[in-house]
Design a protein around this ligand. Structure first.
Ligand code: ZN
Ligand code: ZN
Length: 586
């Protein structure tokens, strides 16, 4: 496959030619100082335009504001983006520090993407799930960033605009997709308890005056009415020509560019995913065949290769921890992973910011089995937690099926992905080159790609003693992100049917029916998101292989990892550009 290294070489030549600028430190310092000021102004202005986003990131100055999503608001968004794009052009990227270079690209992408979303993507017209106030209000009650009374006071002020908010939503919506309409009804009705129940409980604990309390309950009533009115309207809406949930090629290509910011086009990534799937199947078949007698005894081998692989995977999935030792198994794995990385000299891990494994807090329950909570950009001193779902109280069958999914092998890969050297390690590195821009617009393909790359890199380094079982299960896990990409692109641009999608997920990616059904639901209400794992992984892996070839004997894996992560959560293509430039200047 053709790699797009040509444009990168062009950029290298260009910046080599302007070597004088780079050597002139005082010039650099001035540009960087101006750019820092620009960034500060930009963030302040950003929060004014997007107060809800500000609150969700831990910036609470505009907690009392609920923006009505009408035409005036969209105009303001576009004007803001255009103005900051204009002033961004005053800087020359080449004269900035590496950290600011990547920030520059990320701001530019964010602003272009905002304009495109309003004017071209127009999901404000066809995606009713964009209208839901419940989550933001729930966060105000759950948060502990300020006293309950202060939070409730802001809650009250913010509630004022709810009726207007849903009125504007109704005006915006036109020929929505059936899938998003259905989901919007579910989500809005599901969140209504914030106003019907949670608020009342919070008010009981507060010291607000009775007058203010009753005023709030009145407003909460109006909020509930507005939400129910909106969902009733959606239910009864005459929607003769609903839009298809399939995004279509033109919008998809653009969304991929803005969301992923890859050095590859989506077509290149798709071709790579198809080839990778084939390669994984071949390797898996070889391993399953080798393991057959050990696990399947005298059972005759099925004629179909995929069925043979699936049988061995199912058998291996039976090896798992007991429900009550799920969390302790994860805890015990952390020092093992750290020791392995030290022994193999793979990457330095700063011991001063340890990862805290904890039972998943109640408000997160049921969301994900395991996840990382990092402190927000405005809360630098906070802990990083590894949240582990508790299986206590689960029905036996449900727990068993969950534990088979996160069996002995997959659980280790999950820990590598979420914690070490995956998300947690990447986070520690990105905090060392602090950039508010990267915390806010952090590139998901880079972040997820790193975690997926980490899985592969650990196994290649001998983690799991190169056991066939471990590799087979790893391939199954890797097949998931590969097929996510194939699924997303095929469904949104190639009209893939549900039947073909189920065949891909169940028979070719060895997923359980429930998992496949959930994935189908996800792909029918999101676009591009499912591609970030495989795309990021492929870019990082290909780049590493390219560096190995370029550097030969001088290539050092540890140095590569540390250097790569030192740029923070920037798109891989920019990290690559900077690393190659530095290498060439030596
Ligand atoms: Zn079992
Ligand atoms: Zn992840």
């Amino acid at each position: 496959m053709k790699k797009i290294i040509y444009p990168i070489i062009c950029i290298l030549l260009a910046s080599c030619g302007r070597g004088d600028v780079n050597k002139n430190n005082s010039n650099n310092a001035l540009s960087d100082e101006h750019f820092e000021n620009y960034k500060n102004r930009f963030i302040e202005a950003l929060w004014k335009v997007y107060p809800g986003w500000a609150s969700s990131q831990g910036y609470h100055k505009y907690d009392d504001v609920l923006v009505v999503p009408d035409e005036k608001e969209r105009d303001a968004e576009v004007k803001f983006a255009a103005a900051y794009l204009d002033s961004l052009k005053l800087f020359s990227v080449d004269s900035l520090s590496d950290n600011n270079k990547t920030d520059y690209h990320m701001i530019e992408n964010q602003l272009l993407s905002a304009i495109w979303s309003v004017k071209e993507m127009k999901s404000w017209e066809w995606n009713p799930t964009e209208y839901n106030v419940c989550g933001a209000f729930a966060e105000m009650l759950n948060g502990n960033y300020d006293s309950l009374d202060v939070r409730l006071h802001n809650f009250n002020l913010k509630m004022k605009n709810i009726p207007e908010y849903y009125k504007a939503a109704k005006k915006n919506i036109e020929d929505p997709t059936e899938e998003h309409t259905k989901l919007a009804i579910e989500q809005n009705l599901g969140g209504i308890s914030v106003f019907e129940k949670d608020l009342k409980e919070a008010l009981k604990k507060s010291k607000l005056s009775n007058e203010e309390k009753s005023k709030m309950l009145e407003r909460a009533d109006d909020a509930v009415k507005a939400i129910k009115n909106f969902t009733d309207w959606l239910k009864k809406m005459k929607n003769d020509k609903p839009r298809s949930f399939r995004l279509g090629k033109e919008l998809y290509v653009k969304k991929f560019e803005y969301d992923i910011q890859s050095g590859y086009t989506i077509d290149q990534i798709y071709d790579k995913a198809i080839a990778h799937k084939k390669e994984l199947h071949e390797k898996m078949f070889e391993l399953a065949d080798k393991l057959w007698t050990k696990y399947m005894d005298k059972t005759p081998k099925p004629a179909d290769k995929l069925v043979e692989i699936k049988s061995v995977i199912d058998k291996l999935s039976e090896i798992h921890v007991k429900p009550d030792s799920f969390q302790s198994a994860i805890e015990q794995q952390m020092p093992v992973l750290i020791q392995f990385i030290k022994d193999k000299d793979l990457i330095y891990i700063d011991p001063s910011k340890p990862l805290v494994v904890r039972r998943e807090p109640d408000y997160m329950a049921g969301v994900a089995g395991a996840s990382i909570s990092a402190p927000g950009p405005y809360d630098k001193g906070g802990n990083t937690y590894y949240n582990v779902g508790s299986l206590s109280g689960w029905e036996k069958d449900k727990a068993e099926s969950y534990l088979r999914e996160y069996n002995k092998y997959i659980l280790q890969i999950l820990n590598i992905h979420e914690a070490i050297p995956g998300h947690y390690t990447q986070l520690v590195y990105s905090n060392q080159s602090p950039s508010l821009i990267k915390s806010l617009f952090g590139n998901n393909a880079m972040i997820e790609g790193w975690a997926v790359y980490g899985e592969r890199m650990m196994l290649e380094s001998g983690y799991g003693n190169n056991e066939d079982e471990m590799w087979l299960m790893y391939y199954k896990w890797n097949l998931r992100s590969t097929c996510n990409t194939i699924l997303d692109y095929s469904v949104h641009t190639k009209n893939m049917s549900k039947e073909d999608a189920m065949n891909l997920l169940i028979n070719e990616a060895f997923q359980q029916k429930t998992e496949a059904e959930n994935k189908w639901r996800r792909v029918s209400v999101t676009q591009v998101q499912l591609c970030c794992y495989f795309t990021g992984f492929t870019e990082i892996y290909d780049f590493r292989e390219e560096m190995k070839t370029k550097l030969g004997d001088k290539f050092n894996l540890k140095q590569f990892h540390e250097k790569f992560l030192s740029y923070g959560s920037a798109p891989v293509k920019y990290i690559k550009e900077l690393m190659l430039a530095e290498m060439n200047s030596k």
